[in-house]
Design a protein around this ligand. Structure first.
Ligand SMILES: *Cc1c(COP(=O)(O)O)cnc(C)c1O
Length: 370
C-alpha cells in the first residue's frame, strides 16, 4: 500500500534503518554531537535566528508558541481545522481570541487582518497556517506579516508551517515563529515538532511561560546541544538522517523545485480529466480535489490500486480527497496515483480511460524539470 496522505507521510527506508539502533542515553557526548549536527541543518532549513526541537506532535508546538508569544489577545485565521485550533488554544490558556473565519477554500484577506489589528489594540500576536491542511489552502502569510509589521512591529507573527517547512522556501523576514512537525514534510514518524524563532520573539519570550512547553528553558538548553527534558533521541537521529538525505539528493532547493513541479503537474493532470481543485489558492503540500464521488474514489484507490489518500473532515467529510506532495516522492509513484485516479473515473462510468492524466502529468512535470 502506498501512503499518499498529507501526514503522516512515508518514512524512507534509510531513515527507518537509522532509527533502528540501540537506545542512546541523551546526556552523553555522543548524542550531543548528533544534536549539534541536527541543529546546524535546521538553521539552514528554517533561516530563523533560533531553532528549538520539542517532543510533541505539531499541536504541542502550536500551544507553546501561543503561550510564550501572546500575552493578551490572539488574532487567528480560521479557514480550516488547524486555524480553528489556534483560537481554541488561546482560550484554553486564558487568552482572548479574535478570529477571522472563512470557508475552507478561501485564503485570508490581508486587508481583513489589517482592519482587525487596527480595530483592536489588544492583539499582540497573529497565528496563521502557511498551508492549511484541512483544504490544502495556501494563505498569503508573508504578505500579511509584512503589512502587520508596518503597522506595529511588536505584534508577533506565528506561522504554522507544519505542511510548508520542507515544501517551499519561506521568506521569514517578518515571521517571528515558524512551526514544523515531524510526520509531514519531514518524512518522520509523528512525535516531534520544531520551532524557528526571530530575535524579537526571543526577546518577548523572556523567561517564558508554561512548564514543559516553556520556550526559554528549551532555548537555554538547546544552545548547549541538549534538551530541558529527556530528548526524543530516536526521532532526532531520524531527523538528522532525513536532513542529510535531502542534502545527498541535491539539496533543499532541488526538493522545493521538485515539489513545485509535482504539485503543479498533478493538479493539471487531474483537471485535464475533469476534476476540480478545491482551494482558491492551492498549497504545494497537497492536491485537494472536491468531488461528489470523493468517497467512492478513495475506496477504489485503496481497494483496487493499493493507494491510501486522505479524505476531508467535518463538513468536507466525503466531499474531498487529498493527495500528499510532501517529501522525497519518486516520480513513478505519483504517476501511478494520477493514472489510478483516471482509472477510478472509468470504473465509476464517468469517463472512458485514455491515459490523459499520465500524459498531462508527464508533459507538465518533465517540461518544468528540464
Ligand atoms: C498536522 C498539522 C498540525 C499538527 O497536528 P498534530 O496532529 O498535532 O501533529 C498542525 N497544523 C497543520 C497545518 C497540520 O497539517
Amino acid at each position: 500500500m502506498l501512503l499518499f496522505t498529507p501526514g503522516p507521510t512515508p518514512v524512507p527506508q534509510n531513515v527507518r534503518n537509522a532509527m533502528s539502533g540501540e537506545t542512546m542515553h541523551h546526556r552523553t557526548p555522543e548524542f550531543e554531537a548528533i544534536f549539534e549536527k541536527t541543529r546546524k541543518h535546521l538553521f539552514n532549513l528554517f533561516n530563523t535566528d533560533e531553532v528549538v526541537i520539542i517532543a510533541s506532535s505539531g499541536t504541542g508546538a502550536m500551544e507553546s508558541a501561543v503561550i510564550n508569544l501572546c500575552n493578551d489577545t490572539l488574532l487567528n485565521v480560521n479557514s480550516g481545522k488547524f486555524g480553528e485550533r489556534f483560537g481554541k488554544i488561546a482560550l484554553a490558556n486564558g487568552l482572548d481570541s479574535v478570529e477571522i473565519k472563512n470557508e475552507w477554500d478561501t485564503p485570508v484577506c490581508v486587508e481583513a487582518i489589517i482592519e482587525a489589528v487596527k480595530n483592536n489594540s489588544n492583539i499582540d500576536a497573529i497565528a496563521v497556517q502557511i498551508s492549511e491542511s484541512a483544504g490544502g489552502l495556501r494563505h498569503p502569510v508573508e504578505e500579511l506579516a509584512h503589512a502587520v509589521k508596518e503597522i506595529n512591529p511588536n505584534i508577533m507573527i506565528i506561522a504554522d508551517g507544519i505542511t510548508a517547512v520542507g515544501v517551499e522556501k519561506i521568506d521569514v523576514s517578518n515571521i517571528d515563529c515558524l512551526i514544523a512537525g515531524s510526520q509531514k514534510a519531514l518524512m518522520l514518524p509523528p512525535g516531534l515538532s520544531i520551532i524557528g524563532l526571530s530575535n524579537s520573539a526571543i526577546e518577548k519570550i523572556g523567561n517564558g511561560k508554561g512548564y514543559y512547553l516553556n520556550l526559554a528553558s528549551e532555548i537555554k538548553k538547546q544552545r548547549q546541544n541538549t534538551t530541558a527534558y529527556t530528548a526524543p533521541t530516536t526521532l532526532i537521529i531520524g531527523l538528522l538522517e532525513v536532513l542529510e538525505s535531502i542534502e545527498k539528493n541535491g539539496g533543499i532547493d532541488k526538493l522545493y523545485r521538485e515539489t513545485a513541479c509535482r504539485s503543479k503537474a498533478v493538479r493539471e493532470a487531474l483537471e485535464a480529466i475533469g476534476l476540480h481543485s478545491y482551494p482558491q489558492t492551492p498549497a504545494k503540500s497537497m492536491t485537494t480535489i472536491d468531488d461528489e464521488n470523493a468517497s467512492e474514489i478513495r475506496k477504489l484507490l485503496k481497494e483496487e490500486f493499493d493507494l491510501n489518500v486522505a479524505g476531508g473532515q467535518d463538513h468536507l467529510r466525503g466531499k474531498i480527497f487529498r493527495i500528499n506532495q510532501m517529501g522525497l516522492i519518486p516520480v513513478y509513484e505519483i504517476l501511478w496515483v494520477v493514472n489510478a485516479v483516471e482509472l477510478c473515473l472509468a470504473k465509476l462510468g464517468r469517463r472512458k480511460y485514455d491515459g490523459t492524466a499520465s500524459k498531462v502529468f508527464n508533459e507538465v512535470f518533465f517540461e518544468m524539470e528540464a
